[in-house]
Design a protein around this ligand. Structure first.
Ligand SMILES: *Cc1c(COP(=O)(O)O)cnc(C)c1O
Length: 427
């Protein structure tokens, strides 16, 4: 079941006060859930050598949240852009705490990644070896298995993906890096997305160990770590089973032990999950503006795609509950509704043909599991500005951790700069 349902239960008694104080719409995140989930991850993987999670910043790039993940859980950060890198550094993350997994990388990104003490650089293409301004001591490559894949379909076919080095490039890449002066090595891949079957992650570890052995045999290098990427799934639907983290941790420990027996050394296990860490611990709270009957029945709410793109972009399911309306009859003849925002885009829908109890104008809907790839993916199209974010603390207090956007924010890039006009031909 969607894990934030338990948070929703704790949230509901406080909701009247919260909406009164802050107004809707907003995403609200559950500190207790995130910290407990993160502790469980750390505990389960304690038996796996040097385990560390590098939280994928893109999933929920809010400084307050990142700070909690770092302070309470000791997570590092997986960054893939300069702003993400700078956010991580602003929180005191050092070279070992940041994995930079960019793709189609620019010179400016390398400069920032290697500056300020550097970070763990994860190269996405073999040509990047000659493009990094200097080869760092520690270097990692992203491997793409192509049709040797061990992954699910959600991320697409690896052989069609723009990421990573082909199998026939990987040995050359480490050999070149070695020649350029690298002396410490990591290996990375990411072949699943929102996957709830832990066997795929077990297979990913086996696949990476296979590559480690091939590279070691050809070059003599040993690996300091393998990074199995993110992509651990969460149950967005009530009938779905959660990912078996304990099962993965147990199998991982066995595989690492076997690798050590075979090779005489043990790399560390790194992971860079986003969704699994914060996804279930966020809820989008929105108010019903209009209940409408057209060729379909519609529930129009005061949030829209600018707060949550996943349903429109991936046809993704987010569970929706109506506060205080459980057990009510369904609405209309069909008994199903589309839950929609106000954007002039017909795919501005949080749910289509969904069974919901009958709701009225002014009711509150809880759109579940918005703690990852939620607000972060939002945009400003149609002048529909992004909403605020709140943090439900363990002590029961509610903190505003991002205000809603304003017209000033929307216009800033049109008004707040030095005027410039180029007249062509006047040299
Ligand atoms: C998006 C991404 C992640 C996080 O994915 P989740 O599904 O949120 O776990 C991790 N690593 C890389 C390289 C990514 O692009």
């Amino acid at each position: 079941m969607p894990m934030s349902l338990s948070f929703a239960e704790r949230l509901q008694p406080a909701l009247p006060q919260i909406v009164e104080a802050f107004g809707t719409p907003f995403h609200v995140y559950d500190e207790a859930g995130m910290v407990e989930g993160g502790r469980r991850l750390n505990q389960l993987f304690a038996a796996v050598p040097g385990f560390r999670e590098y939280y994928a910043v893109k999933a929920l790039p809010n400084l307050r949240i990142l700070e909690i993940l770092r302070r309470e859980l000791g997570f590092g950060f997986d960054c893939s852009s300069i702003p993400e890198l700078q956010m991580a550094r602003s929180l005191g993350a050092g070279p070992d705490d940041i994995m930079f997994s960019s793709n189609n990388t620019s010179p400016a990104e390398y400069a920032e990644a290697l500056g300020n003490g550097g970070c763990i650089l994860n190269l996405d293409d073999i040509t990047f070896i000659d493009k990094v301004p200097l080869m760092p001591e520690l270097i990692c490559f992203r491997y793409n298995p192509g049709n040797r894949r061990t992954g699910n379909a959600i991320i697409g076919k690896p052989e069609e993906a723009k990421y990573g080095l082909r199998h026939d490039q990987i040995i050359d890449a480490y050999r070149l890096a070695l020649e350029r002066g690298a002396s410490r090595f990591g290996l990375h891949t990411m072949v699943v997305s929102n996957e709830r079957n832990y066997e795929y992650m077990v297979a990913t570890i086996e696949m990476l160990f296979g590559i480690c052995k091939e590279v070691t045999e050809a070059t003599g290098i040993r690996f300091e770590f393998i990074n199995i990427g993110g992509g651990i799934g969460i149950p967005y639907r009530p009938e779905q089973e959660p990912f078996d983290l304990a099962g993965l941790a147990e199998k991982a420990a066995i595989l690492f032990e076997a690798f050590w027996r075979e090779t005489g050394y043990t790399p560390r296990l790194l992971m860079e999950c986003g969704r699994a860490i914060t996804g279930p611990h966020g809820v989008l709270v929105t108010r019903v503006l209009n209940v409408m009957s057209k060729y379909r029945d519609y529930v129009g709410v005061d949030a829209c795609m600018s707060s949550l793109m996943r349903p429109a972009m991936y046809d993704a399911y987010h569970h929706i509950t109506a506060v205080g309306r459980d057990g009510r009859e369904k609405r209309g003849v069909s008994g199903v509704v589309d839950v929609v925002g106000s954007l002039c885009e017909n795919n501005d829908k949080f749910a289509q043909q969904r069974e919901l109890p009958a709701v009225e104008d002014g009711d509150y809907l809880l759109i579940q599991d918005t703690g990852a790839h939620g607000l972060a993916m939002g945009f400003q199209y149609n002048g529909r500005l992004r909403p605020k974010e709140l943090l439900f603390h363990r002590d029961g207090s509610i903190e505003l951790i991002r205000r809603a956007e304003t017209l000033d924010d929307y216009l800033r890039t049109q008004t707040n700069f030095e005027p410039r006009t180029l007249k062509l031909g006047e040299g």
